[in-house]
Design a protein around this ligand. Structure first.
Ligand SMILES: Cc1ncc(COP(=O)(O)O)c(C=O)c1O
Length: 360
C-alpha cells in the first residue's frame, strides 16, 4: 500500500446460513472426528433443504395452476443422494453424460423422468439412451443422423426434443448450441415427415438453456418458442413441452448494503484509492484505464431479490402478447413448462468440511 492511501475496513459479506449448518459448524469435535474417520474432506448433505427448494417451484406452479415439470440438473452435484431424493420427490433429472444417465436408471428413476441434454452425445451415449427409452434433446444435424443410425440398429423409436436458439433479443447474442428456430421449423415440417431415416423420432418439445441470469432473455425466448409452437400447430405438429433449462438465481447474502459497499470499495481499490480487497487487486472483469474504471464486475449476483421461484415467477408472469401472460399462454395451449434447476435446488442443502493443513 502506498503512503497516503486510506485504509478502509475490509468489506464484510455476511452469508445466509441455515440453522442446521450453523449448529453443525459449531460442533468442532464432531467435525474433527468425521474428517479423521474418513481421512478426507467430507461432504455433508441435508435432504430436507433440497426438498424445500423443489417445493418453492412447485408451490408457484400450484398457485398459477401451471403444468410444471421439474428436472434436477445433475451436473450441479454428482452425489447420488440427490438422484434418490429427486425420485422420492417425484421430480425428474436432467443428465449430461453416460454415467449420469446410468446412475439415474440404477436408482430406479423411470425413463420418462430422465432427460438427456449433454452437449456432446457420442454413439455409446445415444445407444444407451435409446435402449432405455430416455428422452434425447438434439443439438445439430450430425446428432440427428447418428441417432437415426442408432434407432435403425436397435429397431426402436425414440422420444426427442430439439434444442433451439437464435432468439431475437434486443442485444442479439448468438448461442452456441441448438437449431436456429427457422431451421427447427423446417426440420419438423419437412425432414421429420419426409426422411425415412427420421421416422423413428417422436417429437415431444423444445429446450433451451440461456447463459447468465437475465429474466428478460428467458421470457423473450419462451415467448418466441410458444410462437414457434403455434406455427407448428397449424401444421398439426404438437409441442408437448417447452424446457427453459436452468440458471435460476440463488440469494447467498444477508444484506444488500454489504453487497453495495463491497462494490464501492472494489472500485476504490481498483482505482488505487484504497488497499486491494481482491487477490492481486483483481478487478473482477472491470478495466482500469487512464484513471477511469470501464465496465462492471462480472461476478455472480450473490445478493439478489429474485431468487428461485421469484425468478421463475418473473419469467412466467411476463407479457406474452399484450393481453396474456406467458403462463396463461402456456396453459391455454396445453403446453407443459419444464425447468432444469441445478444449483438453486442445492441451496443450503450441503457443506464441505476440510481440515486446514497450513496457512500461507
Ligand atoms: C442444459 C442445462 N440445464 C440446466 C443447467 C443448470 O443450471 P443451474 O445450475 O444454473 O440451474 C445447465 C447448466 O449449465 C445446463 O447447461
Amino acid at each position: 500500500m502506498k503512503i497516503g492511501q486510506p485504509t478502509l475496513p475490509a468489506p464484510i459479506l455476511t452469508p445466509i446460513i441455515k440453522p442446521w449448518i450453523s449448529a453443525l459448524v459449531t460442533d468442532k469435535v464432531k467435525l474433527s472426528e468425521l474428517v479423521t474417520k474418513y481421512d478426507s474432506p467430507i461432504n455433508i448433505y441435508n435432504k430436507s433443504e433440497f426438498h424445500h427448494n423443489i417445493q418453492t417451484f412447485q408451490n408457484l406452479a400450484n398457485e398459477l395452476e401451471l403444468d410444471l415439470g421439474v428436472f434436477f440438473a445433475r451436473k450441479a452435484n454428482k452425489s447420488k443422494t440427490f438422484v434418490t431424493e429427486a425420485k422420492a420427490a417425484g421430480i425428474g433429472v436432467d443428465t449430461a453424460s453416460y454415467q449420469e444417465v446410468k446412475d439415474c436408471l440404477d436408482e430406479g428413476l423411470p425413463a420418462d423422468q430422465i432427460v438427456l441434454t449433454a452437449a456432446i452425445k457420442n454413439r455409446k451415449l445415444l445407444s444407451f439412451a435409446v435402449q432405455n427409452e430416455v428422452l434425447i434433446v438434439l443439438d445439430n444435424r450430425d446428432e440427428l443422423d447418428l441417432l437415426a443410425q442408432v434407432c435403425d440398429e436397435q429397431n426402436k423409436s425414440c422420444r426427442v426434443a430439439l434444442r433451439i436458439s437464435g432468439f431475437l433479443f434486443e442485444d442479439a447474442r448468438p448461442t452456441r448450441f441448438g437449431f436456429v428456430m427457422e431451421e427447427a421449423y423446417e426440420l419438423l415440417t419437412q425432414d421429420f415427415i419426409e426422411k425415412e431415416a427420421y421416422s423413428p423420432f417422436q417429437f415431444q418439445g423444445f429446450h433451451f438453456h440461456i447463459n447468465g441470469y437475465s429474466i428478460k432473455e428467458r421470457s423473450t425466448a419462451l415467448t418466441q418458442a410458444i410462437q414457434l409452437s403455434d406455427q407448428l400447430q397449424e401444421k398439426d405438429i404438437e409441442v408437448k413441452f417447452i424446457d427453459i433449462g436452468g440458471g435460476f438465481l440463488i440469494n447467498y447474502l444477508e444484506h444488500k448494503s454489504e453487497w453495495e459497499a463491497f462494490h464501492e470499495q472494489l472500485i476504490k481499490s481498483v482505482s488505487k484509492k484504497a488497499e486491494p480487497i481482491t487477490f492481486q487487486n483483481d478487478p473482477l472483469g472491470m478495466l482500469y484505464h487512464q484513471g477511469e474504471i470501464i465496465g462492471k464486475p462480472k461476478v455472480y449476483p450473490y445478493y439478489n431479490e429474485c431468487a428461485k421461484d421469484v425468478f421463475l415467477r418473473k419469467i412466467v408472469e411476463s407479457n406474452f402478447d399484450g393481453e396474456t401472460k406467458i403462463f396463461e399462454a402456456l396453459k391455454s395451449r396445453g403446453i407443459q413448462l419444464r425447468i432444469e434447476p441445478g444449483r438453486s435446488l442445492l441451496d443450503q442443502s450441503g457443506i464441505t468440511v476440510a481440515e486446514v493443513v497450513f496457512r500461507k
